[in-house]
Design a protein around this ligand. Structure first.
Ligand SMILES: *Cc1c(COP(=O)(O)O)cnc(C)c1O
Length: 374
């Protein structure tokens, strides 16, 4: 994990969206990069906000020493908001009962709760619907007047921002502006309005408002890979997934490889066994399709991905146990990228990096900290 890359990506995003500020989203363990480390790198690079899905993640960031503005957006009925209120975490309400639960927590803790309201402008996921919105806004305005909460923001989330020309984007932006008008009329003047994720931050300036919420782009991956690569966007992938060859052996033509013998050697060749598999979060759909760099040469997973191992046919390359294997990385030395894996596996790079775990050991490099200006 290259922390200097995360810092450089956050700096690039800030430059692109200024004067709007950047929230770096570090949910799901920082998209597999390590939540606390990613959060520190983001703050070091001037991220005004951090965003997480659930309160447990927000509280873990506070325990790790983060004291800055921090938004959490996913709760379940019966959620205890008191620890979040006590820790100055901005919580999100979609419904009147949630506004009431946050108000009650504020009264119990004896502290003004920081509350953001989410409106569903067309994603069809979390957030108040258009018909519920006036009641949610009214309840929040009342709680704010009573001094229990401070409504710090109003926000929504795009469904199709990765397709910049999709008509839903304009519709959602209009619905968001209409929802903001309803709030204004109810006397709620939220300081922060935010709608954009990485894709919208990079392709849709009209959606920036005061703040953009960037996850994927902060980790250096393109949220619009069909239109722009990471390099096109001035971003550098922070994650490199590496292993080494456990066993290399010569086998004759006609040798079946891995479960089901879906791959059979067509000549005498060398097989390299690499000790990573779906136990480490590799997708089984990488079988026989995902690219892998073995001892400096780009190859392909040969046959099925197993729980703990993959096999790579390396032909007549001089490969031996202990040689370097790079599954994916920034691509700067010819290795495949997470985006290459996503395309091979029929998924998105989000899933490739976020799933990685198991017996992989995370380690961090920090080019900047060594005075390296790369
Ligand atoms: C995950 C998430 C984001 C970040 O999305 P990216 O596409 O990774 O930038 C932003 N906002 C919300 C509500 C999210 O759930």
């Amino acid at each position: 994990m290259d922390l200097a890359a995360i810092r450089a990506n956050v700096a690039e995003l800030r430059r692109r969206v200024a004067p709007a500020e950047v929230m770096v989203v570090v949910k799901a363990d920082g998209y597999g990069h390590g939540m606390v480390e990613a959060a520190r790198a983001a703050r070091d690079a001037g991220a005004a906000w951090l965003g997480v899905a659930v309160l447990e993640e927000a509280l873990a960031l506070r325990s790790a020493g983060d004291t800055g503005p921090l938004l959490s957006w996913l709760t379940v009925p019966g959620e205890d908001f008191r620890p979040a209120v006590a820790a100055d975490i901005d919580v999100t309400a979609y419904t009147v009962p949630e506004v009431e639960a946050v108000t009650e927590a504020a009264e119990l803790v004896g502290r003004v709760a920081r509350l953001q309201l989410k409106v569903d402008t067309g994603l069809g996921r979390g957030g108040a619907t258009g018909s519920e919105w006036p009641d949610v806004v009214a309840a929040a305005a009342k709680a704010q007047d009573a001094g229990s909460v401070e409504v710090t923001g109003i926000w929504s989330h795009f469904a199709c921002a990765d397709e910049p020309d999709h008509p839903a984007n304009d519709r959602q932006e209009q619905a968001f502006r209409a929802a903001l008008d309803v709030a204004e009329q109810a006397g709620l003047h939220a300081r922060l309005r935010h709608l954009a994720n990485s894709a919208a931050a990079l392709t849709r300036p009209s959606s920036h408002f005061e703040l953009v919420r960037c996850g994927l782009a902060a980790y250096g991956l393109s949220p619009v890979p069909q239109l722009r690569t990471s390099a096109d966007l001035g971003l550098r992938p922070a994650m490199t997934a590496r292993s080494s060859v456990a066993i290399a052996k010569r086998v004759p033509a006609g040798s079946g490889v891995s479960y089901g013998h879906t791959y059979v050697t067509d000549r005498e060749t060398t097989l390299a066994v690499v000790p990573v598999g779906y136990g480490e979060g590799l997708l089984r759909s990488a079988s026989s399709v995902a690219p892998v760099q073995v001892a400096g040469t780009k190859r392909r997973v040969s046959g099925r991905v197993c729980m703990d191992q993959i096999v790579v046919d390396v032909g007549d390359d001089e490969v031996s146990a202990g040689d370097d294997v790079v599954l994916f990385g920034p691509g700067s030395t010819g290795e495949p990228t997470a985006e290459d894996w996503a395309q091979a596996c029929g998924t998105i790079s989000y899933e490739i990096v976020t799933r990685l775990g198991g017996r992989f050991v995370r380690s961090y490099v920090d080019a900047g900290a060594r005075g390296d200006a790369r």
